[in-house]
Design a protein around this ligand. Structure first.
Ligand code: GUN
Length: 308
């Protein structure tokens, strides 16, 4: 792309609309499974404690699961629950034939070892894709369950750009939930992939090489306009809360949500960009529903390809 073409503001990737279409496709897939095979996909979500953000996420997951025609069970444990209690519940759900997906909402209280709990989930019901078996399958290019947020990012990228072969992709952030699986997925699409992080030298210079820039660092508006190659595609995974710009509202404790990318600046340089909110966020739950559908299909040996 020429610089003059890139000087116009970026096209916005509408994650909210994309996610709504994906949930609708999952809903039609579920109808087909029910009618053709008498199978209703079931998702069990476990939440431990009262973390307000987690309560909101879990409520949304339940609502959208039901709206897609699936069974939704929410298991609420007190924040004093023991690891043994949680492991016993996971074991029960692993052995429940009506449950095809299990999600343990993170973070967990300090007395519970999250990695021990994640390791106890049946990998074929691990709709978060966090089990090391699924991490290994993704890295090896084998069929498995892929973490929802990077899967949603990849779907938006392929929809916007088509074939990603040969593109320079820079992923900023090396978390197990987003950065690492995102890099694996982009590598599988034959991108040239760099994972950058807080210790990267000349982070700005590395980012400026990117045709695809994925920001997943959890630092509000860290990626500036002059970090972006003109015409690049920018995917902003960050969800950060800052005080309201209005000082009166800020004094009342009102907040606004921003991404890891300084949107106003970046959208003057990028070719395509996801907004926050309304970009990656809505895709995460839509991909959770898709993963539950995938797990249900595979449990009876059916092809999990969604209807168009
Ligand atoms: N907490 C915040 N995001 C997530 C997620 O994607 N999965 C789980 N299990 N917990 C979370």
């Amino acid at each position: 792309m020429t610089d003059s073409a890139a000087a116009s503001p970026a096209r916005i990737i509408d994650g909210k609309a994309f996610a709504a279409r994906l949930r609708e496709r999952v809903g039609r897939g579920v109808e087909r499974l029910k009618a053709g095979h008498g199978l209703t996909p079931g998702l069990a979500v476990i939440i431990v404690g009262e973390d307000p953000a987690s309560q909101i996420y879990v409520g949304q997951k339940g609502e959208m699961t039901r709206a897609a025609g699936m069974r939704s069970d929410t298991h609420r444990l007190a924040d004093t629950a023991t690891e043994a209690e949680l492991l016993s519940l996971v074991d029960q759900l692993n052995n429940d034939p009506g449950i095809h997906g299990i999600l343990v909402q993170l973070p967990l209280p300090a007395q519970i070892d999250a990695s021990a709990v994640l390791a106890a989930i049946d990998p074929d019901k691990d709709v978060d894709g966090f089990h090391v078996i699924n991490v290994g399958r993704l890295t090896a290019g084998l069929p498995g369950l892929v973490p929802c947020t990077p899967l949603g990012c990849l779907m938006m990228l392929k929809d916007a750009l088509g074939d990603l072969t040969g593109l320079n992709a820079v992923v900023v952030g090396r978390s197990n939930i987003v950065g690492k699986p995102m890099a694996s997925l982009l590598l599988q699409e034959s991108c040239t992939v760099t994972i950058a992080h807080s210790k990267t030298r000349d982070l700005q210079g590395v980012c400026r090489q990117a045709d695809i820039l994925v920001a997943a660092v959890g630092r509000p508006e860290m990626v500036r306009g002059d970090w972006i190659k003109p015409g690049a595609t920018v995917i902003d995974v960050g969800i950060n809360r800052l005080p309201s710009k209005d000082p009166v509202k800020a004094a009342e404790g009102k907040t606004r949500v921003v991404g890891d990318v300084a949107f106003e600046e970046a959208s003057q340089v990028a070719g395509l960009i996801t907004p926050v909110p309304g970009g990656v966020g809505p895709m995460t739950i839509a991909c959770l529903l898709m993963n539950t559908y995938t797990a249900a299909c595979r449990s009876v040996g059916l092809d999990p390809t969604l209807p168009d």
